[in-house]
Write a protein that binds this ligand. Structure first.
Ligand SMILES: [Zn+2]
Length: 319
């Protein structure tokens, strides 16, 4: 039996956290405020748990999203943390399920506008395996949100894939298309370094609305009238790759790895959130159906007369 058990143990995917606390300082992309982020190890089934400056815990879960315009903001009891998606993407990409993230202001540091600094921070912390199995969310039925211009869809698949089309009329962007089988290597090399972006013409209006106040050429690609104002791009299709990176981060609001193929066109955080909420709803409905099936099967089994005895009354057995 031992070799069989060993095989089972090797096949089982275990949850992970980090080995030691690590800290990063910077400014919030939207708030412009200085912030210190400290990430610490957390126990199995904690998920990614933020702690605001007053000690309020805010789980990074679908149920705690309070705003999904321009960035993903989570909140609880009047406290909130803005722009969690790039840190979330880094955790998802490195297969880190459980973390405690302390912030002393309302926003995660912008870093360089990508997930790369968060990947490096998590790698510096080291990874630790926890004695609890990982429970991937398996997509059973297609789920679609959006309209004919902007949409996201998820289809059943035996691995996590994202196919994305970004179609923008700006000459510096144009049509960018990509498909990624998102494993750790692909995430680290192909997606994590892609930076967020904004249009120069929108900056004044965004700042009036409390957005992009910390944004600069150091933490975003800034798109001018015809060209990009930064010295260079990290990928020719960096814009599309950042959209995929955001999607990886927002999908991790489900709290567990996803088995499914996400296909999208011109989406943003608001649509990402709609998809995540719809997937969670579908998964809850599937769980309820599975429970009902299990109860029905148990009832049928108990209702069958045992040899030399009497069967249970259906319905009562189900109670
Ligand atoms: Zn982003």
């Amino acid at each position: 039996m031992a070799p069989v058990l060993l095989c089972l143990a090797l096949a089982m995917d275990f949850q992970r956290t980090i080995r030691k606390p690590v800290t990063m300082e910077g400014v919030g992309l939207h708030s412009g405020e200085r912030v210190r982020l400290t990430i610490s190890p957390a126990a199995a089934d904690t998920g990614i748990l933020f702690r605001a400056s007053d000690g309020t815990f805010i789980p990074a879960s679908v149920d705690h999203v309070v705003d999904s315009n321009s960035a993903t903001t989570i909140g609880a009891f009047g406290m909130r943390v803005r722009t969690v998606e790039h840190l979330m993407a880094a955790a998802a990409g490195l297969g880190i399920d459980n973390l405690l993230a302390d912030v002393d202001a309302e926003e995660v540091p912008a870093a360089d506008g990508s997930a790369k600094p968060f990947v490096e921070l998590l790698q510096a912390a080291g990874r630790a395996t926890l004695p609890a199995p990982r429970k991937p969310l398996v997509v059973e039925e297609p789920v679609r949100v959006g309209d004919e211009k902007r949409w996201l869809e998820i289809l059943p698949a035996d691995s996590f894939r994202i196919s994305y089309t970004l179609d923008n009329s700006h000459p510096a962007i144009g049509l960018q298309v990509g498909t990624f089988a998102v494993d750790e290597q692909v995430f680290v090399d192909e997606l994590a370094p892609a930076r967020t972006y904004g249009f120069l013409k929108d900056v004044a209006a965004m700042r009036q609305h409390g957005l992009a106040r910390g944004g600069s050429l150091d933490n975003a690609i800034v798109v001018g009238k015809r060209t990009v104002l930064n010295d260079s791009l990290r990928f020719a299709d960096e814009f599309m790759r950042h959209k995929v990176l955001d999607l990886v981060g927002d999908l991790f609001l489900l709290g567990r790895p996803l088995l499914g193929h996400v296909i999208g066109r011109n989406a943003g955080h608001a649509l990402n959130y709609q998809l995540v909420a719809a997937v969670q709803k579908a998964a809850s409905a599937e769980r309820r159906r599975a429970r009902a099936r299990a109860v029905a099967e148990a009832t049928t089994l108990r209702a069958e007369p045992a040899v030399g005895g009497e069967g249970f009354v259906p319905g009562i057995a189900a109670l």
